[in-house]
Design a protein around this ligand. Structure first.
Ligand SMILES: [Zn+2]
Length: 487
């Protein structure tokens, strides 16, 4: 079975100037790029639209969504063909610990039962989703399984159990280890514990990805900790959702970017990802535990995104509850969490110039960080991240060229996470492709009405199979579990 996509403005994913031409696909691979003279079983003329490698969402929390919302339309319709799951310390295994952490957000989910990371990857093989999935092991999940929610360093036995979990994950083919150092139980881990565990990745191509201990007034200390962990463990570093929050700290990203530059000059591999918005999102419990009301964000900037038992609260700020109930913001938040432990919020706490400064820096790739609570009002980044970078930040704001923006969501991401033969339009690569209109592509989801698909994404292919045609997902499930290849 061959497919020719003709008359496209082809972006190769390496940042080269686009060329007009055709792409010939045979089975799941690209076999020819340029002027394809022969016929094909299926021939599509895209009339000059742009064609790029499918977008790689390097920062997701889709571990369970991939198994329970298998079409992954909230990703594919935005041009995403691969998701990296397991970020911020929240991994898919060990299973029982992953369920404890996952069910606070998605109480009703019933994923198939599996054992370890090998079992999770095998479950994806057996129940493939619409996108490819690369997996990070989660430190939080591993620690919870080994020692519960203890606020102390692990004993030797507990550390051995954590090493055993990570080693199972590494053997199964995970792409790295993630930490979430503002969340339970990751926040109770000291730097030494993280160095020791991360060193278990040494000698493989796996990386250390971190939701750092602080993204506000102590951002620089937190970046230094991440860089130190990578240096001492001998492992590449991925700084998750690089940003600074809290008005008093705006501008600090210039210094955190300088720390990345300096580490790179010393020969260390340090990269980052970013979502293209001035608001973040997390669980309300973490906002409370990290004293964000006092130090970083007013309660009016913290808005409920998802509250399963009280959907009528979604879209309201913590300040409005604090007023209505005549409680402090912290007390109001406590009452909300007592009602629904997994309540998630959107937090308006960054500034536009910082978002653009981080995006313009060569260490930054794109990751949505969306929390797939599809029934609530999740942050619009869940559906719209990639279209927003292309339409708003590249085309309209000129922060980086279209070719470079595409590289930061394709080839660069594939190279960093070790995704072999993905992220590029070239002969031999897997046919993960997106056809889009560079003149109209734009995000549509808003904070009030987030679950809108972006405009301008015309066709999406995963492993040579069409998953989106216009406004219609095809229902195909051609995604694969992507296992690490060392060397
Ligand atoms: Zn995070």
């Amino acid at each position: 079975m061959t497919l020719a996509i003709r008359n496209a403005l082809i972006h190769d994913g390496a940042g080269s100037d686009p060329i007009t031409g055709d792409v010939l696909i045979e089975g799941d691979r690209i076999v020819e790029v340029g002027i394809v003279s022969g016929g094909a079983d299926d021939d599509i003329d895209v009339g000059g639209l742009s064609l790029a490698p499918g977008f790689i969402d390097v920062h997701t929390h889709d571990d369970f969504a991939a198994l329970v919302h298998r079409d992954m339309a909230f990703k594919t319709r935005g041009g995403v063909t691969t998701c990296i799951v397991g970020n911020c310390g929240f991994g898919a295994a060990p299973f029982d610990a992953a369920m404890v952490m996952g069910k606070s957000l998605y109480p009703d989910m019933e994923p198939p039962v599996y054992e370890g990371y090998a079992g999770y990857l095998a479950a994806l093989d057996e129940y493939p989703p619409g996108v490819n999935i690369g997996v990070l092991a989660g430190h939080g999940t591993i620690r919870l399984a080994a020692m519960g929610n203890e606020r102390r360093p692990p004993t030797d036995d507990e550390m051995a159990a954590m090493h055993a979990s990570l080693s199972e994950a590494v053997d199964a083919g995970v792409l790295g280890l993630s930490t979430g150092l503002i969340y339970e139980p990751g926040r109770y881990a000291e730097t030494e514990e993280l160095i020791e565990l991360t060193a278990g990745l040494r000698g493989t191509s796996a990386l250390y990805a971190s939701h750092m201990r602080n993204e506000g007034e102590q951002l620089l200390e937190a970046v230094n900790e991440a860089i130190r962990i990578g240096a001492e463990a001998g492992v590449p570093v991925q700084i998750s959702h690089h940003k600074v929050t809290g008005e008093a700290n705006w501008g600090l990203v210039s210094q955190s970017l300088a720390l990345i530059d300096e580490a790179r000059e010393r020969g260390q591999i340090v990269n980052a990802d970013q979502y293209p918005y001035t608001a973040g999102s997390t669980v309300l419990r973490a906002v409370m535990q990290n004293q964000m009301f006092d130090n970083r964000t007013g309660a009016e900037g913290v808005v409920i995104a998802s509250c399963i038992s009280r959907p009528e609260w979604e879209g309201r700020s913590i300040a409005s509850f604090s007023e209505e109930w005549d409680l402090t913001p912290m007390e109001a938040a406590q009452r909300i969490v007592d009602q629904e432990d997994g309540t998630s919020v959107v937090i308006h706490s960054m500034c536009e110039p910082d978002v653009e400064t981080v995006l313009a820096h060569p260490s930054t790739m794109i990751g949505s960080d969306g929390i797939p609570t599809l029934d609530g009002k999740p942050h619009p980044r869940l559906f719209n991240t990639f279209a927003r970078v292309l339409g708003h930040y590249s085309r309209d704001r000129g922060v980086l060229s279209m070719a470079e923006a595409i590289r930061r969501m394709t080839g660069y991401s594939a190279d960093t996470f070790g995704l072999v033969d993905r992220g590029y339009v070239r002969p031999g690569a897997f046919a993960d492709l997106v056809v889009f209109d560079p003149e109209t592509v734009i995000d549509r989801g808003t904070f009030a009405d987030p679950n809108q698909y972006p405009t301008g994404i015309h066709r999406v292919y995963v492993n040579g199979v069409e998953v989106v045609n216009g406004d219609t997902p095809t229902g195909a499930l051609p995604g694969r579990a992507l296992r690490r290849v060392d060397g």
